[in-house]
Design a protein around this ligand. Structure first.
Ligand code: ATP
Ligand code: MG
Length: 304
């Protein structure tokens, strides 16, 4: 028995419609993915050119600043010599006039010292900018994740001890042995941890200066495997971060630290590193209680 030709046509139209609908949905999905990719590329490009710009400016400033620093030191020495010569001549000069000249010389000496001190501060800022913008070439290698975290944490602790007037911060780590080997850009992930832990140290030391006795500054670092991702958490019991600042932290040059202490590039760089690893970086906080930075990285199991 053959099918009624009208019915057959109807069925073909139905089949074609459904196929078209399917293709339409696929196209829409591809378009969304494309937009997302475009956005990511633009972000990456912006950050990369910002990094290059920062490095360029910092590099250009270094040279003239070195001159300022060297000449201000020289001026300090010259004023000291001038003072000595004048004192040797003191028997032959009018005492009152000499007193005035020596006073002026003293002012000059203090001025040069101030120029030296501020020049040094500017040099420190430039050094930090260069450190933040100079990145490794991004070759991935396989490493034991927990070892990398342990070593980087050790470096951050060393850095803390080296700082003048640093309080002792209790650091604890809780590293999940299930994390295992992960493929990543070792230098970049190490730097990421150091930046975040440095911020945590700073936050707790700040709080300690206000809270006084009874407050124990603590930083807790933990890792955890969850299926095909690894999670890294850095938690501190510092002042925390108010809600309205949580987005801004990741913007380049956003800092609440005094000039010479922070450049505001640490977290922008961390964000960039995490994006390059197709991961995520977010922050949770209870102001007055804690701040926690959470990094998740895709990490298929690679065995031991
Ligand atoms: N653990 C934290 N607790 C409280 N505030 C934090 C914490 N981590 C970061 N912040 C805030 O985020 C700001 C930006 O941090 P980011 O690391 O980008 O720059 P920075 O530390 O100020 O300077 P840099 O890292 O360049 O030396 C900090 O100035 C601080 O206000
Ligand atoms: Mg920082």
């Amino acid at each position: 028995m053959t099918e009624d030709p009208d019915r057959a046509l109807e069925r073909r139209v139905e089949a074609l419609t459904s196929e078209l609908q399917h293709k339409d949905a696929e196209l829409a999905e591809a378009r969304t993915r494309l937009h997302e990719l475009q956005r990511q590329l633009m972000d990456q490009e912006k950050l990369a050119s910002l990094g290059a710009l920062t490095a360029g400016i910092a590099h250009e400033l270094q040279n003239p600043l070195n001159f300022v620093n060297n000449f201000s030191e020289l001026s300090s020495r010259l004023t000291a010599e001038l003072e000595e010569s004048l004192r040797k001549l003191s028997g032959r000069l009018d005492a009152e006039a000499l007193g005035e000249v020596l006073e002026l010389l003293e002012d000059l000496r203090q001025n040069s010292q101030r120029i030296t001190a501020h020049g040094k501060r500017a040099s420190d800022i430039i050094r930090t900018m260069l450190r933040h913008s100079r990145r490794s070439e991004g070759t991935r290698s396989r490493v034991d994740f927990n070892t990398l975290i342990r070593e980087s944490l050790g470096l951050a602790v060393q850095g803390l001890k080296g700082r003048a007037g640093a309080a002792s911060v209790e650091t604890q780590s809780e590293l999940d042995p299930a994390v295992g080997t992960v493929e990543l850009v070792v230098g970049d992930i190490g730097r990421l941890l150091i930046n975040i832990v440095d911020n945590a140290f700073y936050a707790t030391v700040q709080k300690q200066q206000q809270a006084g006795a009874g407050y124990v500054p603590r930083v807790h670092v933990s890792t955890r495997r969850d299926g095909d991702t690894v999670e890294l958490r850095v938690r501190d019991n510092g002042p925390g971060i108010p809600e309205h600042l949580r987005e801004k932290l990741f913007h380049p040059f956003f800092t609440t630290k005094p000039a010479g202490v922070g450049t505001g590039l640490g977290l922008a760089l961390c964000q960039e590193i995490v994006q390059e690893h197709q991961g995520e970086l977010r922050v949770e906080s209870q102001p007055g209680d804690y701040a926690e930075f959470i990094i998740t990285l895709p990490a298929p199991r690679l065995g031991a």
